[in-house]
Design a protein around this ligand. Structure first.
Ligand code: NAD
Length: 498
């Protein structure tokens, strides 16, 4: 990226984003005409006034999606033709990378360099992965009775409601829309109210890539006004949800109250990073630990927020972690390509995180650094990278998802103690261990209650690696071929030959 802060500021000043919803191939205002404002958390300024959807808009979007699905215009399109649309769609996203970077950074405060290093490549990789599998999916002929032919067809579900959060607006949308669309479903995407703009550009580009009208719809607005009617809708066949556990549970209730639609959930976490005394490279473990908790301002479902360190290397690890944090995560204007840490998404999220820091202090954890709003950035929703040491796993800061730049270091006696502590949480999204002993690595991988496990790494992966949790981190799997099973259903076909 060759652009400077000044270049981005000029682009931001000239920005006129699309703010209407996208239904049946057209941008439309909310039926009520209502709007809501998205605010730049770096400076409190209004980014745009966006159409505020309601149940009426959800009805319009679902009707368009259903009509498109039933017509077969996408669901029965030649696989190679569907592949061509999805691949052009990815190319168009790549061509608009700067627009996406600007929209997400202004909406939710992410450092703009993260958009180019993480969000955009991660989104493109996922869309291209699912585009490529379209004509490679096969059904199954089972080895049944000789007087019968039995096969299993895998078919799209119909209308998928995709409800996503604000922490990676483009990438979380891409992880849902790519598998849902590639197998032939129609979709209604509901972006978070804090970050609606990139979803609107996505829908426009799908259409420009040749995606038929009604296949990709976007309804913008608040969760209660739009996400809820979508999840309660009798013509929606599936909800793919990423967000908090609280709303994930509501999605399951809404499905039960309506048409038993399928629900997959990707929710929060309190992910442990274990550091054993036999770790070969403690400095690397510390630097990776810093990135694992402070990256994206700590607003990451898999943030490695609990760091469990064996006592023999406890003090050394804390010193290395502190040094790495000083070098790596400095708050700044998220439009500055050199910034590595932006503001939190909203003033509410900022107060929530500061509330947890206060709770940590009151519960007796030792504040090693941070804990404040950085003085030079008090116009935005910034919080300093913060570290608590001598944390007990029973403390609120060790049990609840903070979703901010707050790390807790917890001393542990040995591997067994570490695994027991790691599993002592309602969550089970990700977990990591730093060790040079292969037995310790495998024992940890076997016994830790988490959907994603790293050994001597953190946040590593690609489109082939399943993303999803155990326990209250949810039941879905994003990316990976398994995701396709969540957007299809099987049909058993028996043909009598006798
Ligand atoms: P959230 O649950 O508040 O909102 C998520 C989405 O649900 C938004 O679009 C919101 O408008 C909608 N929503 C809110 N209330 C609703 C309701 N009553 N009915 C229907 N829809 C409703 O979550 P958030 O604050 O946007 O995101 C942060 C959470 O997302 C964190 O808990 C984080 O861990 C989780 N997350 C998980 C993953 C994962 O892959 N496991 C990835 C990213 C974020």
């Amino acid at each position: 990226m060759t652009m400077t802060l000044k270049d981005w500021q000029a682009r931001a000043a000239a920005l006129v984003p699309e703010t209407r919803m996208f239904i049946d191939g057209k941008f439309v205002d909310a039926a009520s005409g209502a709007k809501f404002e998205t605010i730049n958390p770096a400076n409190g300024q209004v980014v745009a006034a966006v159409a505020r959807g309601s149940a009426e808009d959800v009805d319009r979007a679902v009707a368009a999606a259903k009509k498109a699905f039933k017509s077969g215009v996408w669901s029965r399109m030649e696989p190679t033709a569907r592949m061509a649309v999805m691949s052009r769609f990815a190319d168009l996203i790549e061509a608009h990378a700067e627009d996406f970077a600007l929209l997400d950074t202004l909406d939710m405060g992410k450092p703009i360099s993260d958009m180019f290093n993480i969000d955009i490549p991660g989104s493109l990789m996922t869309i291209r992965f699912f585009a490529e599998v379209i004509d490679k999916m096969e059904g199954v002929v089972t080895n049944t009775n000789a007087d019968a032919l039995h096969y299993i067809l895998r078919q799209p579900l119909g209308v998928c409601g995709l409800v996503v959060p604000w922490n990676y607006p483009l990438m979380m949308a891409a992880w849902k829309i790519a598998p849902a669309l590639s197998v032939g479903n129609s979709i209604v995407l509901k972006p978070a109210e804090q970050s609606p703009l990139s979803a609107l550009l996505l829908a426009k580009l799908f259409s420009e890539a040749g995606g038929p009208d009604g296949v990709f719809n976007v309804v913008t607005g608040f969760g209660e006004d739009t996400g809820k009617p979508l999840a309660l809708h009798m013509d929606v066949d599936k909800i793919g949800f990423t967000g908090s556990g609280e709303v994930g549970k509501l999605m399951m209730i809404y499905a039960g109250q309506s048409n038993m639609k399928r629900v997959s959930t990707e929710c929060g976490g309190k992910s442990p990073q274990i550091v054993l005394a036999d770790c070969e490279d403690l400095a690397k473990a510390a630097a990776t630990g810093v990135a694992g908790i402070y990256g994206n301002q700590g607003e990451v479902c898999s943030a490695g927020s609990r760091i469990l360190v064996e006592r023999a290397v406890y003090d050394e690890y804390i010193a290395l972690f502190t040094e790495a944090a000083n070098d790596m995560h400095i708050p700044g204007d998220p439009l500055d390509p050199d910034t590595t840490m932006g503001p939190l998404v909203t003033p509410e999220q900022q107060s929530r995180v500061l509330g947890y820091i206060e709770a940590g202090r009151k519960e007796g954890a030792k504040l090693a650094f941070g804990g404040n709003v950085p003085a030079q950035f008090n116009a935005g929703c910034f919080v300093e990278p913060t570290l608590f040491t001598d944390v007990s796993n029973k403390m609120k800061i060790a049990q609840e998802e903070i979703f901010g730049p707050v790390a807790s270091i917890i001393p542990v006696d040995n591997l067994d103690h570490a695994i027991e502590t790691a599993n002592d949480t309602i969550y089970g999204l990700a977990a990591a261990i730093w060790t040079s002993n292969v037995k310790n690595a495998h024992r940890f991988a076997r016994d830790v209650e988490a959907g994603i496990v790293w050994v001597n790494a953190y946040e590593a992966g690609d489109a082939t690696t399943p993303w999803g949790g155990f326990k209250q981190s949810g039941n879905g799997r994003d990316k990976c071929l398994e995701a396709l099973t969540q957007y299809t259903q099987t049909k058993s076909v028996w043909i009598e030959l006798s």
